[in-house]
Design a protein around this ligand. Structure first.
Ligand SMILES: Nc1nc2c(ncn2[C@@H]2O[C@H](COP(=O)(O)OP(=O)(O)O)[C@@H](O)[C@H]2O)c(=O)[nH]1
Ligand SMILES: [Mg+2]
Length: 325
């Protein structure tokens, strides 16, 4: 009897999804692109695919790149991708920076180098811009990474502008985070203290062909010395991404950090923390979605009125709203 249930014909949808999964796992880029679109937009089919694919993820190395707009993150990402390709590893790139030359609005000067990657089947590039996904951009990025991981990419590079908290969360959600700096950032170095330094595992001083690179290296080292000891001294690597200079050293610095994560047990700890953050973000979004029905919105309007005219306090109102969902 039970076998009958197991052998029962699947619904049209799950049959098509099963076929899509098979194609994706066989390396079909179009199948991958479709699944990523669903995952990114919060489509139910994306969730089903993710459930099926998730057990196959967990093998990829993830590296986040963050820094100010124009620091050269896209150029560095590009060069790192080539560096890993030279080792025979496959690469996935997730770009959150909307101005990134990975998008259709490619910066002309970067065209040639991007073409190199585009014609390489070992590299898959995905730009992500949707902030509407369940749990926000950070959770959506994790989902995209999970799918690329299950697809079989060895290394996944995540490029994001280190501007808002969301972006810092995204970059910090990788196993290794590279902070891309440039010479003559001046006052910006001071503001770096505000949090981004804590998530940086490797510091790159890009555009070292420009004056001031030495000063920048010293400034960063001075800043690092102010940070509490965390068992890892973030290396500062001078690079000229446009010339590919220093990229091997940068790749090796990432390797060293990865080895440190492995030997210290922080790799598992990080995995747990990322899981915890994603579950929390998704659960929070789920609760809000559940509250935001038509009656829920009406109730919120009533409660807001009560809070505004002082007949209820905000805490009691929030508890009342939650209790009725
Ligand atoms: N002089 C110099 N320019 C660079 C270097 N790396 C990147 N750039 C240039 O800086 C600009 C911004 O680069 P991009 O990678 O798009 O920066 P992003 O906004 O951080 O992703 C582009 O015009 C690059 O060609 C470098 O090492 N030296
Ligand atoms: Mg960019």
């Amino acid at each position: 009897m039970t076998t009958e249930t197991a052998d029962a014909p699947q619904s049209e949808l799950s049959g098509r999804l099963a076929e899509l999964e098979e194609r994706l796992l066989a390396g079909d880029r179009r199948a991958l692109a479709r699944v990523l679109s669903w995952v990114e937009s919060g489509d139910q089919r994306g969730r089903e695919m993710l459930r099926a694919l998730y057990p196959r993820s967990g093998r990829a190395r993830t590296i986040g790149l963050t820094g100010s707009p124009g620091a050269g993150k896209s150029t560095v990402t590009n060069e790192l991708a080539k560096s890993f390709r030279r080792r025979g590893q496959t690469v996935g790139i997730v770009a959150i920076d909307p101005s990134s030359p990975y998008t259709m609005g490619a910066i002309l000067g970067d065209r040639v180098r991007m073409t190199e990657l585009y014609s390489d089947d070992g590299v898959f590039i995905r730009s992500l811009a949707s902030r509407g996904a369940l749990g926000g951009l950070s959770a959506a990025t994790q989902d995209v990474v999970h799918v690329l991981d299950a697809y079989g990419k060895d290394v996944i590079l995540i490029e994001t502008v280190g501007a808002g908290q969301d972006e810092v969360d995204i970059a910090g959600a990788a196993q290794t985070t590279i902070l891309v700096n440039t010479p003559n950032m001046g006052d910006e170095v001071q503001t770096l203290k505000a949090g981004i330094m804590e998530i940086a595992d490797v510091l790159a001083v890009n555009k070292s062909d420009l004056p001031g690179a030495d000063r920048m290296v010293s400034a960063l080292k001075a800043l690092l010395s102010l940070n509490p000891d965390r068992g890892w001294d973030p290396p500062v690597v001078r690079i000229v991404a446009t010339q590919g200079e220093g990229i091997e050293q940068l790749t090796e610095a990432c390797d060293s950090h990865f080895e440190e994560l492995q030997s210290s047990g922080k790799l598992e700890a990080g995995e747990l923390e990322r899981a915890r953050q994603q579950i929390t973000a998704l659960a929070r979004a789920n609760v809000l979605n559940r509250l935001r029905t038509e009656t829920g919105e009406q109730r919120l309007a009533d409660l807001s009125g009560a809070v505004a005219n002082r007949t209820a306090d905000p805490h009691t109102a929030a508890a009342a709203w939650l209790a009725e969902s």
